[in-house]
Design a protein. Structure first.
Length: 123
């Protein structure tokens, strides 16, 4: 596991949204998808509102790597399924960062969304 550069993790975590492009089997990148990103501790997380059935989430499962762009940072990453013990921290981060979107934030706090929680690690 590679740790984030402190400045990069802060910039990404502060960004309102993140663009994520997962790698296809042939190594090319899919079109990026815009989503929310949160930080809990020293880790960055993303989730699919549609859970593990979400198209972008399924795309991350081909090679478990891709590229993200957020806060002026472009970084190749590895997608790691978060352990269920990490869900509460990610939940709290989503509530804190996006809680002002009252009617939307609850969609990333469902059991289905939690099951799709991916920890982003630089590579």
């Amino acid at each position: 596991m590679t740790d984030w550069n402190g400045t990069d993790v802060e910039k990404i975590a502060a960004a309102e949204e993140l663009d994520l492009a997962s790698e296809r089997a042939n190594g090319t990148l899919r079109d990026p998808v815009t989503m929310w990103v949160v930080r809990s501790g020293d880790h960055l997380y993303v989730r699919s509102v549609k859970g593990t059935d979400g198209p972008w989430y399924r795309g991350t499962q081909t090679r478990h790597q891709g590229r993200i762009d957020a806060g002026g940072v472009s970084q190749d990453v590895t997608f790691h399924p978060a352990d269920p013990s990490e869900y509460a921290g990610a939940d709290a981060a989503y509530r804190k960062k996006y809680g002002h979107y009252t009617s939307i934030v609850e969609h990333v706090l469902t059991d289905a969304a939690r099951a799709s929680t991916l920890r982003l690690e630089p590579r």
